[in-house]
Design a protein around this ligand. Structure first.
Ligand SMILES: [Zn+2]
Length: 543
């Protein structure tokens, strides 16, 4: 009986411990896999090409007598939680990015999440970042040993002729001994250790964006995966607490970035006002703590709804500025927006304006953000007012903004309403709700009973049981007839709302107890997995 205890998930990538009867192995890992599975070398019929037609695959299905279980895109998947699955020939997929992604999705969709994924003869220092990003965890030394036989010197940046050994590129013990095989194996182990660190920091995507640059096929795999937004979005946590480095063009297509924009357009409800000001972003997050936004705030004085135009997120309503990833991204600021950036963000603005008409929209912007706002206004047939002849923080621009708003009335500052709509898709009646605390650490209460607090790491709201009473539907996890002791585990869950993602605040409902907490897996993985934590519980209430 084998078992995979996933410790950390980062998109499709995972780190954790694989338990077999004999050993306990930290993953991701590379090793002589036949020491783990002695029958591996005698497994029959497991080497069907990935591109083989379904008729052929069905005629010669692999004979699965034990671990690892061979899986194929065209075959039903026999794998269960804790199994090790093997995708033979995965190294051939790397040269065909479109198929790579189609095969991967078809395999992932039919396999429980807590299975170990073995890619035989595939792992190299130059591709293991992408293999882990795709959800593979176990590798052997065959691919690097083959490079040794071909007199190739392996590095994360690619392979070089063997005279690179001793050139100073690497000083590992293999290089010191002029032993190419040892260097190549160590280079793979070294890269896996690095990838593991990035997974554990929830930043593997940032590493992949940087590593893949030297390999066109790897860039293509990343882009094809991004194009499968529904699939990728389901696997992405709603929040992380670290910085998101949006340093490449592909950042625009990251599932988390697109999800933010989609929720701003389809879920978010702006406050009751018909005047909006479009503002530039600031390097400091949340924006309102920056010098520039303090100046904007003084000039606006609550007389308009504040919307921040920014790349790559598009549009950040002021109420959402602390929420991941709005409060967490870092971008290279040059003032120049490229054509794709402009097109994507124009579309976000145009869709938002079409959904939420304002009587007046003041563009307190310059440069790329201004160009985008102008184009979006043209698309929707609306007229913008402009208040920046000079830099947005210049006195003349700030005075123009102040004068433009003369006579407009102050709007009610209601961050909570906007945040609840974004996070829970609910139109909350905030009448009678009081706020206390120091921004951004806020607590909301009604009739002296606390209903929400803010997780300052992620910016997300944490409802109390009384808070959940105000959220009529969604984000519920239904459990069996038991009182949870600590976290709610996967086998105890009977039903979960399909919209739940890793990291979402959820209400656990059972016949004997209710609990508040945070989902540790997306809903469909909770229902498909055999074991592990489903909800990290904060409070339990017996009923
Ligand atoms: Zn070396």
């Amino acid at each position: 009986m084998t078992r995979f205890d996933i410790r950390k998930r980062d998109g499709l990538a995972r780190s954790g411990i694989f338990q077999t009867a004999a050993i306990s192995l930290k993953l991701p890992a590379a090793l002589a896999v036949e020491t783990l599975f002695p029958d591996l070398e005698t497994l029959d019929g497991t080497n069907l090409p990935l591109c083989a037609p379904p008729a052929l695959v069905n005629r010669y299905p692999p004979r699965n007598n034990g671990q690892p279980l061979s899986i194929h895109p065209h075959l039903d998947n026999p794998a269960q939680s804790g199994d090790c699955v093997m995708v033979a020939g995965w190294h051939t997929a790397l040269s065909n990015p479109r198929n790579y992604v189609e095969w991967l999705i078809s395999l992932k969709e039919k396999t429980p999440i807590d299975t170990v994924w073995y890619a035989p003869a595939s792992g190299l220092p130059s591709n293991v970042h992408l293999l882990c990003y795709s959800g593979f965890d176990l590798f052997d030394f065959r691919a690097v040993d083959l490079k040794t036989a071909q007199m190739q010197f392996c590095t994360p940046e690619g392979e070089f002729p063997a005279d690179a050994l001793g050139s100073g590129i690497c000083t590992c013990s293999g290089c010191q001994k002029k032993n190419l095989k040892l260097h190549n194996r160590q280079a793979l182990l070294h890269e896996i250790a690095l990838v593991t660190r990035f997974i554990e920091a929830s930043q593997l995507r940032d590493l992949v964006e940087s590593r893949c640059r030297l390999h066109a096929a790897q860039v293509a795999v990343m882009r094809h995966l991004d194009n499968h937004y529904q699939f990728m979005e389901r696997h992405m946590p709603v929040a992380r607490s670290g910085v998101m480095r949006a340093n490449s063009g592909e950042s625009l297509q990251r599932a988390e970035i697109r999800r933010f924009a989609e929720r701003v357009i389809t879920r978010y409800l702006p406050p009751e006002t018909d005047v909006a000001v479009l503002l530039p972003c600031s390097a400091k997050k949340p924006y309102s703590l920056s010098q520039s936004h303090r100046k904007f705030g003084r000039a606006i004085a609550g007389r308009a709804h504040e919307l921040i135009v920014t790349s790559p997120l598009g549009l950040v309503p002021r109420e959402l500025e602390c929420i991941y990833p709005a409060g967490h991204y870092d971008v290279p600021v040059t003032g120049y927006w490229d054509a794709e950036e402009c097109a994507v963000i124009t579309d976000i603005l145009a869709r938002y304006f079409a959904r939420h008409p304002y009587r007046r929209i003041i563009a307190h912007l310059e440069g790329g953000a201004l160009r985008v706002a102008r184009t979006a206004a043209e698309v929707c047939g609306i007229t913008l007012e402009y208040t920046c002849r000079e830099h947005p923080t210049s006195n003349s621009a700030l005075n123009a903004l102040d004068s433009a708003l003369a006579g407009e009335r102050r709007i009610k500052d209601d961050r909570l309403h906007g945040m609840v709509s974004y996070q829970f898709d609910v139109d909350l009646d905030t009448k009678g709700i009081m706020v206390r605390g120091h921004y951004p650490e806020l607590f909301y209460s009604k009739k002296n009973v606390q209903i929400f607090s803010i997780d300052t790491g992620t910016g997300f709201l944490r409802p109390t049981f009384d808070g959940w009473n105000l959220i009529p539907s969604g984000y519920r996890v239904y459990i069996d007839d038991f009182i949870p002791e600590g976290d709610v585990l996967v086998p105890g869950v009977e039903k979960a709302d399909p919209g739940i993602r890793d990291g979402d605040e959820v209400l656990v409902i059972g016949t004997r107890a209710h609990a508040t907490g945070r989902a540790a897996l997306p809903a469909d993985e909770i229902l498909r997995s055999g074991r592990g934590v489903a909800v990290r519980v904060r409070k339990i209430k017996r009923i």
